[in-house]
Design a protein around this ligand. Sequence first.
Ligand code: HEC
Ligand code: HEC
Length: 209
Amino acid sequence: MMQKMLWVPMLGALGVLSLYSCASDHGRTYALQEQITQCEHCHGIDTKVPSIAPSLDGMPDGYMVEQLENFRQSRRGIDPADAFSRAMSQQARAFSDEQITLIAEYYSGRTRQLSKESVSGNVENGEHLYRERCEGCHSSMLGRYFTNSPRITHLRGTYLLTQLNQFAKSQRLVVEDSKHKVKMAAVAKKLSETDQADIVAFIKKHYSD
Ligand code: HEC
Ligand code: HEC
């Protein structure tokens, strides 16, 4: 908690930085590097910022653009108790569509990174639930292709758990007209908090990509 509070002034500074980089007329590449540096403050795999932000390396550009739009439209990043997620929404609003396209292109060209960070939970119960309710969409190439589901197994445990929690509490909303996304939210709502942690503990123990 103490640590979180110390970072609040830094969040403010980042906000100012992003406005500055919008207004100035640096060369494109330089501006992009500057923006990526901001993202990496929270999203870098070795970041010292105590947020749940996941690594963005290797994220498909279509998925990133869509999620940034969700932050801009207040479908994500709305938990009043989470200063970092709200700072994330500010970041998403600070950029033009063109800048977002360039940032998304940059990250999609990078190699995905595996986070080993997990949460504690009952791995056996987690495996049972994951195989029954999640892997059809998330774990095979075909499943992901037909349902347009993102890869999740490389992401950090605390991030995965927070997302399940947010879907369950309707703090993370999705574009209405996709039946798979609506299903994702519905599946999360049927899990207890213990089940959510068990699933994440299983994912982080079992998958290494
Ligand atoms: C102040 C810290 C911070 C900064 C700076 C930041 N983010 Fe985030 N970001 C977060 C947090 C925290 C989350 C998870 C929020 C949540 O879902 O509650 C997140 C989530 C995301 C997600 C969704 C990930 C997923 O798997 O769905 C994307 C995409 C993203 N950020 C992109 C960016 C980009 C691009 C930048 C730089 C322009 C950036 N972020 C800068 C903290 C930050
Ligand atoms: C019907 C297919 C489907 C099923 C079943 C499903 N998901 Fe998803 N999941 C999705 C889709 C599609 C998204 C992207 C939602 C969006 O656009 O925000 C998603 C998003 C997620 C995310 C957020 C990823 C990120 O980068 O932020 C997590 C975590 C997740 N699912 C975990 C699970 C778990 C755990 C289960 C089983 C309990 C599950 N999903 C079941 C389709 C599915």
